[in-house]
Ligand binder design. Structure first.
Ligand code: ZN
Length: 432
């Protein structure tokens, strides 16, 4: 699938430090081995039924900071992202609004690309739709059935009297947990560390179907949904016509384009369970490998202290802000002034503060250039890189530039301001 245009990344005079990052599975900050020359990143993409809200934007900007940290440290980075362009929420929204689901997915994916481009997010090398990956998913699911990690469930009649056909395929969490691949292992809770009691409501909220009759375990996750009248379907070979489940989509795309294990699996905190948990289980069952070396998750973004959600109708959309004339650099600066792991709120004052900060930084860049006192610019450049290398501490990097800009405002020497601007653009993704 088409990606979006790559932002300009200025070349810097020196190489940055190797970043450390908080692995939420290990519950610890980890350093990538210094001798590694390459890193691979998979960040779960959107289900394109609604435009990019601030929570999505914050997640993609956070992993963009990681990508830029690796690039600055001299790594070759392989970056892959999916777009879940067929799934229940998309089909439901299409039905509610009377739009063809393909059109809805295409329009919202276009808007997402435009938002990412405006926010200077480096595009993935491979941007893959679920609809493009069906032919790769089918043989995986067939093999999972053959190997005993998946099973076909019988049809049933739901509470509303609708009958569902035979042939939905489920991943057996017990079969995978009882398997003895070495040296990798997987169990329910491997990624999230949630107790089954914590998992139960989350599974139901986040697309799972714990009550579905015919499952061996309430947590078994859908791999293949047999065709229902009025739903899109693809040829599933021995599976019959149908469409893939959500978790298997990411596992198969990641395996195909990155191999396993890859360096970082990323996404919002709400993907820890069941999405990343199940994805890791699928990968383990099929390859005997762990899916990723590290799991990195971003905090949730609210609006004025309240949870941002589609059902509450209080989504802050990047596209709306852009159409209102807000400069994308100010949106990105507002995002990076919060730590990626914290939960934070979008507010009017956050935006106005960020706009004022951007102006202050630009004023600092416009002062008379001198070739002397490069120790001042070297110090701020080092501080920015050091902060970002410590678990992407962008707020600390922002404070370092604030302090440097204040010196400029006070008429003190600022050193090589062009190199400072290049670092701000290369590392924070903000052009001054
Ligand atoms: Zn995913």
């Amino acid at each position: 699938m088409r990606t979006w245009s790559a932002p300009h990344i200025p070349a810097l005079q020196t190489t940055g430090p190797v970043p450390s990052i908080f692995d939420s599975r290990l519950n610890d900050i980890v350093q990538l081995p210094e001798d590694r020359a390459s890193a691979s990143l998979y960040v779960c993409g959107i289900t394109p039924y609604d435009a990019t809200h601030m929570g999505h934007a914050a997640t993609y900007v956070a992993f963009d900071l990681l990508n830029r940290a690796w690039l600055d440290a001299g790594y070759d980075v392989s970056f892959v992202q999916n777009v879940t362009d067929v799934d229940d929420p998309l089909l439901e929204r299409a039905a509610q609004t009377g739009v063809e689901w393909e059109q809805l997915a295409e329009d919202q994916t276009d808007l997402f690309r435009a938002d990412m481009e405006a926010l200077n997010v480096i595009p993935p090398e491979h941007y893959i739709g679920a609809t493009e990956s069906v032919d790769w998913i089918v043989p995986w699911v067939e093999r999972m059935i053959d190997d005993g990690y998946a099973y076909r469930a019988e049809g049933y009649v739901d509470d509303s009297g609708t009958s569902h056909p035979d042939g939905d395929v489920y991943f057996s969490v017990r079969a995978a947990a009882d398997s003895d691949h070495e040296p990798a292992r997987w169990f329910l809770g491997y990624v999230s560390h949630y107790s089954e009691r914590d998992m139960a409501p989350l599974f139901a909220e986040r697309g799972g179907d714990p009550e579905r009759p015919g499952k061996k375990d309430p947590f078994d996750a859908l791999l293949w949904r047999a065709h229902r009248e009025g739903e899109p379907a693809w040829d599933g070979a021995s599976l019959g016509r149908g469409r893939p489940g959500w978790h298997i989509e990411c596992t198969v795309i990641a395996e195909r384009f990155l191999g396993m294990p890859y360096t970082v699996q990323g996404g919002g905190n709400d993907l820890r369970f069941p999405h990343h948990e199940m994805g890791a289980g699928h990968a383990y069952a099929m390859t005997g490998e762990r899916m990723a070396d590290h799991y990195v998750h971003t905090g949730m973004v609210g609006l004025d202290g309240k949870k941002m959600s589609k059902s509450k109708g209080n989504l802050v959309l990047v596209s709306t802000l852009r159409h209102d004339g807000v400069e994308p650099a100010a949106i990105r600066l507002a995002i990076v002034s919060n730590h990626y792991r914290s939960d934070w709120s979008w507010t009017d004052s956050l935006l106005s503060d960020s706009q004022a900060r951007l102006e202050a930084w630009r004023r600092a860049m416009s002062v008379e250039a001198t070739d002397s006192h490069t120790e001042v610019s070297d110090a701020v450049i080092d501080a920015v890189r050091a902060a970002l290398a410590r678990d992407l501490d962008a707020p600390e990097a922002v404070r370092a530039i604030d302090a440097w800009a204040a010196k400029a405002e006070a008429g003190q020497p600022v050193g090589d301001r062009r190199e400072v601007a290049r670092v701000v653009e290369a590392r924070l993704g903000i052009a001054l």
